[in-house]
Design a binder for this molecule. Structure first.
Ligand code: MGD
Ligand code: MGD
Ligand code: SF4
Ligand code: MO
Length: 720
């Protein structure tokens, strides 16, 4: 057995659960990952990504030197073809000088609206705070966003409108204290596996009852008392019908409604039409299941709702989220231990990046960019002249790309995101990427988007830097440097500070804002001076188990559950709802509904997990199909098929499975050889601007094996 020279405690870089992990090193090489049984978040458990996915940092494909194109690409001529001969390795000075020159040139010519930045929910709080500060304080733009837009944007908007806060109201581990919990639009066992484990434990050991509402027979359905398989895009009818039953049978909590909510009377009237019969006719869910679920949830002593993208990623995602929030407001299942509204946040630090202001409408701490009083506070903090900050809301990720062109966005800086895999309708995204005048990419790898760049700035991975992540239940935890950054890669904070100083010089404002941080902790302290939720955080206070925000002062113990006395907006507000069908219905030509999502072993566009040993476990995309749909098309498991939508087509193998509901096919979007987003629809929710990733119309037909991009790969986990 290998003896470790040292063991470094840190936090998993993959999902929002935020499991604590110990990196075992020998000769400065990580050879094993374990976890401590006393860790409050994951009690020694890790999923396969936490345990084995760390090796991507050693991948030969990692970019470890700054790179510049020999000939910069021009707007309209940019291309994804990546030929290393067109690049040269440069010093950091040259790369940062060049990046600063190009950004400033475009800013001075075309102004703030021409500038945009994608922040990164994989990077630390400190990295994100600095990047948004650079773009706001120096380029005076709020065109600052990150993958939260493609993720829980609809949940965030609805929660803000209804109760004034978008965080998970409870601690994930509290699920064992619930009597009844609903899981909807979340494949928790694969996407938040350690919370999934706690959910199974809640059912098996603590007698909690689980209601799963999901069009796929996800793993957790096997633990559920009730499984309600709705057609994608019909959630409003199912949850509104539950509200209908709760009102009709007077199962609501009158005292809670009177004391803590507003708008109940009008809301109750608006629910009259949402009968269980109506919901059944639209969603396909048996009306009796809806009635039973409503009674079970409403009559429980303590009940909670957990949800994710099946609710949020929709052109009516905000309405979907309202329909869940209403259930909690009706029954008073919020504000106590073991109750609550819990949007499971996806990336390791998406909660943190949002808290840090990596969003176009908010400064750090969710202070509105169009509120002069907030602008004034940040102008003082960042040493910007009065009235200097831009007070107009910026563009969202999806809007940044669709505004690329003359008179619109010209320069884009991407830190750790991959729009060329993650955005919907990639054929359109490609066109926008091609039209950028300047693109700087700051990542660990040259991913599908990095291939379009003029300059690549190699960042250090989570194992090579210090900082903090904020997990899905608002726990701020430390990540610790275990290794020196590979090659000449640098921690993100250092890249951003180096660039910011050069930009200031070129703008003739040297030394205006502060960029000479001693360490990342000082960055977080600067942020906490303004934002009370982080004010009491000091790194040494995080050493044991982290702290759950809000932490308003240095003696505050953190906040495990929210809204005990009141909601941040005062009363919880009921909103009126209408059912609006998905943007694209199946028809004769495209008869099936495609829903896209995730697999346990892989991460998003695959940049990390497909450059890891995890790829061996699941090397190939499969389309999940129901037996009846497969028989109709003559498809058997293992056959090669072409899946087409009105926007594109891909070729992959089929997996005929009971998991898929009739009329619905599922494709994971991790595989560039069969990129699911070539098929998806770029329609947006009108308020949250989130795309419709979970429902579009497709056709499946047999194809020849030769058309597969990667015919060698055979997925072991697929069953045939
Ligand atoms: N292994 C792994 N884990 C991850 C990630 C990853 O890439 N890989 N990504 C992380 C990120 S960023 C996020 S945001 C989370 C996402 O976590 P999830 O939302 O759990 O992930 P998805 O696979 O997108 O699953 C969405 C679920 O919604 C269901 N669904 C589809 N259509 C509908 C509908 O109309 N209504 C409802 N109610 N449900 C529907 C699908 O069947 C599926 O079960 O996962 C995080 N964890
Ligand atoms: N069809 C479909 N599309 C979807 C979704 C879906 O369900 N279906 N889900 C959407 C959702 S929820 C999300 S969150 C988005 C995710 O979309 P993205 O955030 O664009 O995807 P990732 O692949 O996670 O990109 C992360 C990048 O960060 C880099 N990275 C990792 N660590 C660091 C670091 O410390 N520093 C720096 N600088 N870089 C780092 C990685 O190498 C990788 O290139 O995709 C969305 N797209
Ligand atoms: S559950 Fe999430 S945080 Fe925990 S080990 Fe797995 S990927 Fe990492
Ligand atoms: Mo996400």
């Amino acid at each position: 057995m290998i003896e470790a020279d040292r063991v470094v405690s840190t936090v998993c870089p993959y999902c929002g659960v935020g499991c604590g992990m110990d990196l075992h090193l020998k000769d400065d090489f990580i050879f094993k990952v374990t976890s401590d049984h006393n860790n409050i978040v994951n009690k020694g458990n890790l999923c396969v990504k936490g345990r084995y996915g760390y090796d991507m940092i050693y991948s030969k494909k990692r970019v470890t030197e700054p790179l510049m194109r020999k000939t910069p690409q021009r707007a309209g001529e940019r291309s994804q073809a990546f030929d290393l001969d067109e690049w040269r390795q440069v010093s950091w000075d040259e790369a940062l000088d060049y990046t600063a020159d190009r950004l400033v040139e475009i800013y001075e010519r075309d102004g703030s609206d021409a500038m945009a930045v994608y922040c990164c929910a994989k990077a630390t709080n400190e990295d994100n705070y600095l990047l948004q500060k650079m773009f706001r304080a120096l380029f005076r733009t709020n065109n600052v966003d990150h993958c939260t837009r493609l993720c829980h944007a609809a949940s965030v908007v609805a929660l803000q409108m209804a109760i004034g806060s978008a965080s998970m109201s409870n601690t994930a581990a509290e699920v064992i204290k619930t009597d009844v919990f609903i899981v909807t639009g979340s494949n928790t066992a694969e996407t938040h596996p350690i919370i999934g484990l706690q959910m199974k434990e809640a059912v098996e050991k603590y007698g909690s009852k689980l209601i799963v509402v999901d069009p796929r027979r996800v793993e957790l359905a096997n633990w559920a008392t009730l499984w309600l398989p709705q057609m994608p895009g019909t959630d409003v009818t199912v949850f509104a019908a539950m509200a209908h039953v709760i009102i009709e049978e007077k199962l609501y909590n009158q005292e809670f409604i009177d004391q803590r909510t507003e708008g109940f009377e009008d809301f109750a009237k608006s629910m009259e039409k949402f009968t269980p019969e109506f919901a059944e006719s639209i969603s396909g869910v048996d009306r009796n299941l809806i009635i039973e679920a409503a009674r079970m949830y409403a009559t429980a002593e303590r009940a909670a709702i957990y949800w994710a993208l099946g609710i949020s990623e929709s052109t009516h995602g905000v309405d979907n989220a309202f329909s869940l929030i209403h259930l909690a407001l009706l029954t008073g299942h919020i504000g106590r231990e073991g109750t609550g509204l819990n949007p499971l946040r996806g990336q390791n630090n998406v909660q943190g990046a949002s808290d840090m202001g990596a969003i176009p409408w908010h400064y750090p701490g969710y202070m509105e960019v169009d509120d002069p009083a907030s602008a004034d506070i940040w102008e003082k903090a960042w040493n910007v002249e009065p009235g200097g900050l831009n007070q107009e809301k910026g563009l969202t990720t999806t809007e940044i790309l669709s505004n690329v062109g003359e008179g619109g966005v010209r320069a884009l800086y991407i830190m750790g995101e991959n729009p060329m895999m993650a955005e919907p309708n990639l054929n359109v995204t490609r066109h926008h990427m091609e039209n950028l005048e300047f693109l700087a990419v700051h990542d660990l790898f040259i991913n599908e988007s990095g291939a379009y760049a003029d300059v690549i700035l190699p960042g250090a991975s989570w194992a090579e830097k210090d900082g903090t992540f904020t997990n899905t239940d608002r726990r701020v935890q430390r990540i610790r440097k275990a290794l020196e950054p590979r090659g000449h890669s640098l921690p993100d904070v250092e890249i951003i500070s180096g660039l910011a100083k050069r930009i200031e010089d070129r703008l003739g404002r040297p030394g205006s804002a502060y960029w000479d941080y001693r360490d990342p902790e000082q960055v977080l302290i600067e942020m906490g001076e303004v934002v009370s939720a982080y004010r009491g955080i000091r790194y040494e206070r995080l050493d044991e188990v982290g702290l759950q925000t809000p932490v308003p002062d240095e003696d505050h113990p953190g906040t495990p559950f929210l809204f005990e006395e009141t909601f941040p907006r005062g009363r919880g507000k009921f909103h009126l709802l209408e059912y609006v069908p998905s943007a694209e219905a199946p028809d004769h030509e495209y008869p099936l509904i495609l829903t896209t999502g995730r697999l346990l072993e892989h991460w998003h566009g695959g940049t990390m997990t497909r450059n890891s040993q995890l790829d061996v476990l699941y090397p190939e995309a499969l389309v999940e199909m129901n037996r009846v749909d497969a028989a109709r098309t003559g498809v058997k498991s293992g056959d090669t098929v072409r899946v087409s939508s009105r926007r594109g087509s891909i070729v992959l193998r089929a997996n005929v499975t009971e998991k898929a509901n009739l009329g619905v096919v599922f494709i994971p979007w991790h595989f560039h050889e069969a990129a699911a987003n070539l098929l998806t629809l770029d329609e947006l929710d009108p308020v949250a601007k989130i795309p419709e990733y979970k429902a579009c119309a497709v056709r499946v037909e047999l194809a020849s094996e030769d058309e597969l991009v990667n015919p060698e790969a055979r997925t072991r986990r697929g069953r045939w």
